[in-house]
Ligand binder design. Structure first.
Ligand code: NAD
Length: 429
């Protein structure tokens, strides 16, 4: 029998409708035994601090009026303001936004940023609307969530189907309502509007840095290491370039057009140019093509899924023969696949640390906006690399202490930091 105060579960904890939020809850349950006396506060992590559902009415170009459902969820703000993207997608659900907001709390804390976690979304297929309609939708949504966002409260950023332009509209709307220009209310802005240098390459750079740390621990020399990458966009393309510059052999790249392979290593700068011109990797000179199963079976030192979620499942996990798997994408490995791959001795660097370079430079953007003093790209990259290395070291130390995976260790580090803040702050009133 549950304790009396736990019998009245909020509706989103309804076991009949699990979804991504249920996956997150299971992850919290898994680390609870490692939290020591802080476990007393663990219920904090299982309930978002604040959920806002808003109606977004907008006049369309044809004169009709449409209504969209928008969300902003602030999962936790114990360590600082909420931080997390805004997603425009027709399949966005509250459960998804809640889970994404919670994973942002974990990611921010795992990298030791002074942020909590938040996420937002609108249930809309943005490809069906004109730029002018999207601007009106973005502005009305921003106005509706305006009371709970702000540079000291909650700082949105781009996510699926949103970009620097959407952030510029959000910043302008918030500033108009506030009566003063407030650049720090969002990150991922254009550089001309207080955005940060180095933001575009930040996630891929972070992936490269933690992959080097993991390689060092496994006695793998990056020079000459065999690397395969799924996804050759912002994250995968940047990481590939950095591996190439460091003397690694990027032997295979897999994008939405197919897979290219060269056992001696692909010429990454040529491949980047080719993708720029042709829209995909297939057809680049000096390469052969592979089928997906052949890609996953490649014997490599480092494998980086940096495309979509759910790419490595029980169907292909058995094929994987890599020493280190670095999760550039969010959630590329299902829990079942994780067990299969880990059992072979492969080190998995989890997404919450591996792809945290983006939110780390978002943090730098927010800091620069507050001080209205902007850093050089070299300074940003230097600080980013130091923070990523430090996050990797904290996670790796806890993994050794408790003999757990890096993923469990990252959650232990993050949840402990969040609950430590909860404990020392105490409960109000
Ligand atoms: P992107 O759109 O720039 O690139 C996506 C790449 O994936 C492209 O090369 C595309 O061809 C490839 N791709 C798409 N569908 C595919 C398919 N079915 N099979 C194989 N390849 C496919 O995206 P991105 O910004 O590089 O993000 C990649 C992943 O990293 C996403 O999961 C994203 O959530 C995650 N992520 C990105 C950032 C960031 O700062 N950009 C931060 C954290 C996490």
């Amino acid at each position: 029998m549950a304790e009396p105060h736990l019998q009245h579960l909020p509706s989103y904890m309804d076991a009949a409708h699990p979804g991504p939020w249920a996956i997150y809850l299971e992850q919290v349950d898994r680390v609870t035994p490692y939290l020591g006396p802080l476990a007393r506060w663990v219920e904090t992590l299982k309930r978002p601090k604040r959920i806002l559902i808003v109606d977004v009415p907008v006049e369309l170009d044809n004169g009709s009026v449409a209504h969209f459902e928008g969300y902003r969820v602030q999962h936790n703000t114990s360590r600082g303001p909420g931080k997390g993207g805004v997603r425009f997608h027709q399949d966005v659900t509250l459960s998804e936004v809640m889970a994404l907001s919670a994973w942002m709390s974990v990611k921010s804390a795992a990298v030791n940023l002074p942020f909590g976690g938040a996420k937002g979304g609108i249930r809309i297929d943005p490809h069906q609307y004109s730029m002018a309609e999207l601007e009106r939708i973005t502005r009305r949504y921003t106005s509706e969530i305006g009371d709970i966002i702000g540079p000291n409260k909650d700082i949105p950023a781009p996510d699926v189907n949103t970009n620097a332009q959407v952030m510029a509209w959000m910043m302008d709307t918030y500033s108009m309502n506030a009566g003063s220009t407030t650049t720090g209310v969002v990150t991922g802005k254009p550089v001309s509007l207080g955005g940060s240098l180095g933001r575009v390459a930040a996630t891929g750079r972070g992936v490269f840095v933690v992959a080097c740390e993991a390689a060092r621990e496994s006695d793998i020399d990056i020079k000459g290491a065999r690397v395969a990458i799924q996804g050759f966009g912002n994250v995968g393309g940047t990481a590939a370039q950095l591996f190439h510059e460091a003397g690694a052999k990027v032997v295979a790249v897999y994008d939405h057009t197919g897979i290219v392979y060269n056992a001696r290593g692909l010429n990454v700068p040529v491949l980047l140019d080719y993708v720029h011109q042709h829209g995909g990797v297939v057809g680049v000179p000096d390469s052969e093509t592979l089928q997906p199963d052949e890609f996953w079976s490649l014997e490599t030192d480092i494998l980086i899924p940096a495309a979509l979620e759910g790419q490595i499942t029980h169907d292909n996990a058995d094929l994987i023969r890599t020493r280190i798997l670095v999760e550039g994408a969010n959630g590329p490995t299902t829990p079942e696949a994780d067990d299969i791959i880990s059992a072979k001795g492969t080190v998995i660097v989890p997404d919450v640390v591996a792809n945290a370079g983006g939110v780390t430079v978002s943090y730098f953007e927010w800091v620069q906006d507050f001080s209205s003093f902007f850093w050089t790209e070299q300074e940003i990259n230097h600080r980013l690399e130091a923070m990523m290395r430090s996050a990797y070291a904290s996670m790796s130390k806890v993994a050794r202490e408790h003999a757990v995976s890096l993923r469990t260790a990252a959650f232990i580090v993050a949840c402990s930091r969040i609950l430590e803040a909860r404990q020392v702050r105490g409960l109000y009133p």
